[in-house]
Design a protein around this ligand. Structure first.
Ligand SMILES: *Cc1c(COP(=O)(O)O)cnc(C)c1O
Length: 542
């Protein structure tokens, strides 16, 4: 047993000899290997302490002077970290996009960590580099369906990359807009390109007042970050209004584009969404592709969530037009069931990424196959191994079942909500995401005929109900739904709604019933009851 004191012998030991069989860390390791679901079930306690209390365990600001035994530290991890974590893989945890993982991901991830390959360059990754390129080509093929000889000539081409593997959808979206920006302001004549001369010079060269990105108001917040980071400015992220089904309104899109033209602002990219984060809706991608072609701008599709729908023969048609995009984002840590963080962006044109190519003397040399020459990130883990494992072990048909099951489940949950007198569906699921709220039938009936003023008053109170309901349910720790604010067409106003994401294959109809039942119990709470009473009083007056 190594002594917890800082000396060279002990340091050598922690780099070489694992702890004995009686160590806490090894016991945890074994328990996870044997039955990860059981381990999480037993060791994550339902929320007992609030965040402020937990913060007290993490309040020292001094790096420990003296070493600690691994087992002592592991006890701390068990008690203070694991116990107070969120059980994201629980089948009743249906509020977010983070859900269960297939068991093999865990040992594979452990192997990946053991190998500790750095895919920024071939010199530290070897086989991981061609594997990552293969994964990108497979995904490219899923979306763009090019001929076989296209892939044989591009897959391992040292000059180019079919896409970039990154830490998630955010970096994937940033990368897509970065490429679009650099292609819009490519070198020409005396102008050496935006990458060299910067945005100011680029705009002067084109005689333009600014550049804008057009996306619907349901667009993910990563586009705001991208607009900031790429120097476009958040004001130039134009959020186009959506229709009652949360899809971009093409008429409004034309209108916004016309306004940009009037102000001499260049459209840099048009972004279509395949599976909005809040409601899972899909923009009219074909019509958007037509419009992007008409105005001559980059067409990006953010399919971070919905991309894997392409695996499903039954539902792939929902994404029609995606193959006409210039670039597509797909998150692997969402519906490819890979642990975080894994995202990808792929480009239809295999030479597109040259626009952001970067070289350095000691690595990423010209003509090398180093992946780092086409990525925003530098040192990166071999996460593509986990996507490769998913593709190989689950296969197209396996993913198809997962996708179909999630969509079917969302439809049946929507029907369950519709049938229930006290709940109101606020967005109909197109994929496996839906929103709803608690709203007793008499209130629904009153709202249908109320004046705008009365409606506003009632809905404001119902917003508080939704907020408290969601909070209480989260705090009870048995099940979880999330909440968001959405404009609801039928009321002509923005409402607080409960949001559900049905991606965990272990979530059953019974669990969904139980979630509604629990919510009906939570609204008996005194604070919520008094809010509902206020609504009754308003209804009584009119
Ligand atoms: C999740 C998501 C993103 C962002 O992805 P991260 O992996 O969280 O960075 C972007 N767009 C959409 C539509 C998403 O659902």
């Amino acid at each position: 047993m190594p002594k917890a004191s800082a000396n060279l012998e002990n340091l050598y030991r922690i780099f070489t000899v694992p702890e004995g069989p009686d160590s806490t860390l090894r016991a945890i390791d074994q328990a996870i290997a044997d039955d990860v679901a059981g381990f999480l079930q037993t060791h994550i306690v339902a929320i007992e302490r609030n965040l402020e209390e937990i913060e007290a365990d993490f309040s020292s600001c001094t790096i420990p002077e003296e070493p600690t035994y691994v087992s002592d530290y592991t006890e701390f991890v068990k008690e203070n970290l694991v116990a107070q974590s969120v059980h994201t893989s629980a089948p009743g945890f249906i509020g977010h996009m983070t859900s269960a993982l297939p068991y093999f991901m865990l040992p594979m991830a452990r192997l990946m960590t053991a190998l500790n390959q750095n895919v920024v360059k071939v010199e530290t990754s070897k086989a991981f580099t061609p594997m990552e390129r293969q994964v990108l080509a497979m995904l490219h093929n899923l979306v763009f369906r090019k001929q076989e000889d296209f892939y044989s000539s591009w897959i391992h081409n040292s000059q180019h990359a079919l896409g970039a593997f990154c830490s998630g959808g955010t970096i994937a979206n940033v990368t897509a807009l970065w490429v679009a920006r650099n292609r819009l302001f490519a070198p020409r004549g005396d102008f050496r390109g935006i990458a060299q001369e910067g945005l100011f010079s680029a705009l002067r060269n084109r005689g333009a007042e600014g550049v804008a990105v057009l996306v619907s108001e349901r667009g993910h917040y990563s586009f705001g970050k991208a607009a900031d980071l790429l120097g476009l400015g958040r004001d130039n992220l134009v959020k186009v209004r959506t229709d009652s089904a949360n899809r971009i309104d093409m008429q409004q899109l034309r209108e916004e584009h016309r306004r940009l033209m009037e102000r001499n602002i260049l459209p840099l990219a048009l972004v279509g969404i395949a599976g909005t984060t809040e409601t899972g809706n899909i923009d009219p991608l074909d019509a958007m592709a037509d419009f992007a072609a008409e105005i001559g701008c980059h067409f990006h599709v953010d399919a971070a969530w919905g991309g894997p729908t392409l695996f499903s023969s039954r539902h792939r048609h929902l994404l029609a037009g995606i193959q006409r995009a210039d670039s597509v984002t797909i998150d692997a840590h969402k519906q490819l069931y890979v642990p975080m963080g894994a995202g990808m962006v792929i480009f239809k044109d295999p030479t597109a990424m040259s626009a952001i190519e970067h070289h350095a003397a000691y690595i990423l040399r010209h003509g090398s196959k180093d992946l780092g020459s086409h990525t925003l990130e530098g040192s990166r883990p071999g996460m593509s191994m986990l996507v490769h494992a998913g593709f190989s072990i689950i296969g197209r048909k396996g993913y198809e079942i997962l996708i179909d099951m999630g969509i079917d489940k969302a439809k049946s949950f929507a029907a369950m909500i519709d049938r229930h007198p006290d709940f109101e569906l606020t967005s109909v699921p197109e994929l496996n995401i839906l929103t709803y709220r608690y709203c007793p039938q008499p209130v629904q009936q009153a709202l249908a005929i109320a004046s705008q003023g009365v409606r506003d008053a009632i809905n404001t109170i119902l917003d508080q109900v939704s907020q408290l309901l969601q909070k209480h349910q989260r705090e009870a720790g048995k099940t979880f739904v999330s909440r968001t604010r959405l404009p609801i067409a039928r009321y002509g106003q923005e409402l607080t709604v409960l949001r559900v994401v049905l991606a965990n294959p272990l979530t059953t109809g019974d669990i969904l019933e139980a979630i509604l039942a629990e919510q009906c119990e939570i609204v008996q709470d005194a604070e919520i009851r008094s809010l509902l009473q206020q609504i009754e009083e308003i209804m009584g007056k009119y």
